[in-house]
Design a protein around this ligand. Sequence first.
Ligand code: ROI
Length: 162
Amino acid sequence: MSTTTYIGLGSNLGDSRQLMAEAVHKLAQLGGVRVSRLYQSLPMGPQDQPSYHNAVAQLQTMLEPLALLDELQRFEQEAGRVRLRHWGERSLDLDLLLYGEKNIINERLIVPHVGIFHRDFVIIPLLDLNQNLEIKGHKLHDLEIVQHSTLTVLADSDWAEI
Ligand code: ROI
């Protein structure tokens, strides 16, 4: 049985759109993939860094959570992941946001991802993929952050060409 998972993609170093599209193609080898629109977002963290490209991918996969995490970390490394400082710029971030309905607390992994409710660059693309999504009993659509989002749409959901 496969599980519906959601993976956050972020980048603000290098050719962000290209790095993210390549990551989506690699995800597609792990199962069925759909992607949100592609967004530009203001940096959360130090403000003296470029704005981010953000998106979310929905992946239908047979992999167990830690095996999926291994793959995501491998894809980050393959993208030549650079991380210059804490909460600073990075070439590619792949975050396992949701794994079915599962709550996971592990040395390597917390799911649902801890930052979700505070990040419009995660919530808005999640809603592109599933308008009815609920996390911990909260309908994402009803969250206040949705009304106050400062994201800009860079491209429709065909940006990754999958
Ligand atoms: N800020 C934005 N806008 N988008 C991100 O993906 C992102 N990722 C991060 C931090 C540094 C928290 N800030 C971010 O890891």
